[in-house]
Design a protein around this ligand. Structure first.
Ligand code: URA
Ligand code: URA
Length: 262
């Protein structure tokens, strides 16, 4: 099977099928890796020490003002959202329709972070609801989660006009809110979707092709950069790489990965 449109759906249905077999007592197929035994794709040796140089840069840069200002502990997402209010901390506030804070489980084990709301997200107030968002939902399901079980947000909460790239001052104005959301959710792993999110969170200029495939550190939480689903829509042959990255994330969370040929 080629990495076509149904790639992640096929993985999701294979996963469901195997889980049904397992539940009905079929444990004789040499298909599922044993629970707790990391497969060849999950990273065992110190994945957090991925890229030392980029990591220390990220602490200084991405944390930036966040590190300087002591953050309130024990905040809820609701409190953080209230603090954002009708945010005008950067120029994007004036042009948005809706501030897109994030959706999902406030105690999610897994957090997905994109770049910024697009047109549909700006109108609907929810991240990743357009075509790329539907692909993200398929990826999440292939990993064995419902969309509602994880948390999804963006580095920027407001849509840049015409989907232009966010400016440094816009990232700066929003970055403490991202960090506060991460602290409130306390996920076990973060997936950074695409160049912009990965570079902004890690405070690096490394291309996504170099960043992906290994865990990095975001304030003590393992962060896996991978390609953006919008990029996958244009380059479906890269879905395999995203699936390799997601299998590493699943390994981190102790989720058995579905087998694949080869
Ligand atoms: N792309 C993103 O990065 N985020 C969204 O919410 C939608 C598209
Ligand atoms: N360029 C991006 O912005 N994101 C990707 O995931 C790949 C290329």
């Amino acid at each position: 099977m080629g990495p076509d449109d149904s790639y992640f759906e096929t993985i999701a249905s294979l996963r469901r099928y195997l889980e049904e077999l397992k539940e009905s007592g079929v444990d004789g197929l040499p298909l599922l890796p044993e629970a707790g035994v990391p497969g060849p794709d999950s990273v065992a040796p110190s994945p957090l020490s991925g890229t030392g140089a980029a990591d220390s840069l990220s602490m200084a840069e991405a944390a930036g003002s966040a590190a300087a200002v002591p953050l309130p502990g024990g905040e809820t997402l609701g409190e953080i959202r209230s603090d954002l209010g009708e945010c005008r901390r950067c120029a994007l506030g004036a042009g948005r329709t809706t501030l897109v804070f994030g959706v999902g489980n406030p105690k999610a084990r897994l957090l997905f972070v994109g770049e910024a709301p697009g047109r549909e997200e700006d109108l609907r107030g929810e991240p990743f609801v357009g075509e790329a968002g539907q692909l993200l939902t398929r990826i999440i399901k292939a990993m064995g989660f419902a969309r509602e079980e994880v948390y999804i947000c963006n580095v920027l909460k407001c849509r840049p006009p015409g989907n232009r790239n966010p400016l440094p001052e816009e990232v700066e104005a929003c970055s403490t809110f991202m960090l506060r959301q991460v602290r409130a959710i306390a996920p076990e792993a973060i997936v950074a979707l695409g160049t912009f999110a990965a570079q902004a969170l890690l405070g690096t200029k490394e291309p996504i092709s170099k960043l992906r495939g290994v865990f990095h550190d975001y304030h003590g939480i393992p962060l896996m950069p991978t390609f953006h689903p919008a990029f996958l829509l244009r380059n479906p042959e890269r879905k395999r790489e995203v699936w390799e990255d997601m299998k590493q994330v699943m390994g981190r969370l102790g989720i058995a990965t579905t087998p694949h040929k080869g």
